[in-house]
Write a protein of this length. Structure first.
Ligand code: PLP
Length: 395
């Protein structure tokens, strides 16, 4: 046999394992230290009651022959597609049910979608960004071009910055992980126009859309005219409703998206029906409940809680005169490290002097160096205490 040699081109991912190792070492040397973790992007609030009771009812369905479910449709149950369709309709985005594919989260679909695109495509990836886009393309051996985010462009690179670089597959993540920056409608319209002009496809990751509270900002690329001809959207209930461990997401592949006569929707359906056997019935019932009036009201409270944490972090940085993006409309705060360009040194300093754990920007790409990410997914009292400690060491 031979192997896929592209895998040998992957860099080891040291980010979270190095953080964990450093924290372990510090704890063993300082057993009484109260370490506050503001690094990892996992949620801390439990599933909301509407979801729990829907899942409990679904478990009962599975216990009776009349309501038991075996294999479901690979692309999801109609009841959940209908709930997602209703959610998009409220944003003013009409969808057909067959455009909505239910999956086990955005990470899988973001990686798997690459099956249906040629390996000769040039891929455009913002830097810094969620590292999965880079690694999944390296696995296929595609050429990657990075577009740099920086304080100058607000970590929102635009097509004009590409000069003559050509891109066939364009990743956009808004609200962005790690920077928390959110594209405006006018900015997304420029990307849509670029994609249409160059016959490119935009892979739009809206995993954090539920954190957008500013009504003028888009939460879906399909709010932009013409996007259905050139974009695919990936979303997830992980951060929206605490499904990081429960696993459910959805991908929207418009019927209008074509390459010549070939329907991208049909290719994705073929891929999914061949390689995927659907998300469990119980989880899909839980996901359906997220979109009920009761579910939406309950998850909104949790999102407000996280955004409240983000506000506390942001106002502390304001007080300290530290530049940052995010914090509004996003659970991440991305700060410019004062007087240094070494994000691992800043990590070590915060751990040593304040027992706070964050994420060094270098872990999200070369342009992330000199920056640092705080996540707002922690518990309120811990966030408050961490920010008090930060003020003491940085004032
Ligand atoms: N996209 C972004 C930008 C993320 O930050 C994450 C998770 O952290 C994901 C996708 C993956 O989410 P899921 O849990 O749905 O696989």
């Amino acid at each position: 046999m031979t192997i896929n040699n592209n895998y040998l081109n992957l860099k080891d991912s040291y980010l979270f394992s190095t953080i964990a190792k450093k924290v372990r070492e510090y704890s063993s040397q300082n057993p009484n230290a109260k370490i506050i973790r503001m690094g990892i992007g996992d949620v801390t609030r439990p599933l909301v009651p509407a979801v729990i009771s829907a899942m409990q009812n679904a478990v009962v369905d599975m216990s009776k022959a009349e309501t038991f479910k075996g294999y479901g449709d690979e692309q999801g149950y109609g009841f959940l597609q209908t709930a997602v369709k209703g959610y998009y309709a409220k944003k003013g985005v009409p969808l057909e049910l067959n455009e909505i594919f239910i999956g086990d989260g955005a990470k899988s679909d973001l990686g798997n979608i690459l099956d249906i695109f040629g390996t000769e495509n040039a891929v455009l990836i913002p830097d810094p960004v969620y590292p999965v886009y880079v690694d999944t393309n390296i696995m296929h051996g595609r050429k990657i071009v990075f577009m740099n985010g920086n304080l100058g462009n607000g970590f929102l690179p635009m097509p004009i910055e590409l000069n003559k670089t050509k891109a066939d597959i364009i990743y956009l993540c808004s609200p962005n992980n790690p920077t928390g920056a959110v594209y405006t409608k006018a900015q997304l319209a420029e990307w849509v126009s670029y994609a249409k002009k160059h016959n490119a496809v935009i892979l739009f990751d809206s995993a954090y859309e539920a954190f957008v509270t500013d009504k003028t900002l888009p939460t879906s690329i399909f709010e932009i005219k013409g996007a259905a001809d050139c974009a695919i959207e990936f979303c997830s209930l992980s951060k929206t409703a605490g499904f990081t461990g429960t696993r459910c997401g959805y991908t929207v592949v418009p019927n209008a998206l074509k390459n010549g006569d070939i329907s991208i929707n049909k290719l994705w359906l073929r891929r999914q029906t061949t390689k995927f056997n659907g998300v469990s019935y119980v989880v899909q019932r839980g996901a359906e409940a997220v979109f009920s009036d009761e579910g939406l009201a309950q998850i909104t409270k949790d999102i407000e809680y996280y955004l409240g944490n983000a506000k506390i972090i942001a106002s502390t940085l304001d007080e300290l005169g530290i530049a940052y993006t995010g914090g509004n409309n996003s659970p991440y705060i991305w700060l410019k490290i004062p007087n240094s360009n070494d994000s691992w040194a800043f990590f070590d300093m915060l751990l040593e002097k304040a027992q706070i754990v964050g994420t060094p920007g270098a872990g999200f790409g070369a342009s992330g160096e000199g920056h640092f990410r705080f996540s707002a997914f922690g518990q309120r009292e811990n966030v408050i205490e961490a920010m008090e400690r930060l003020k003491q060491i940085l004032k």
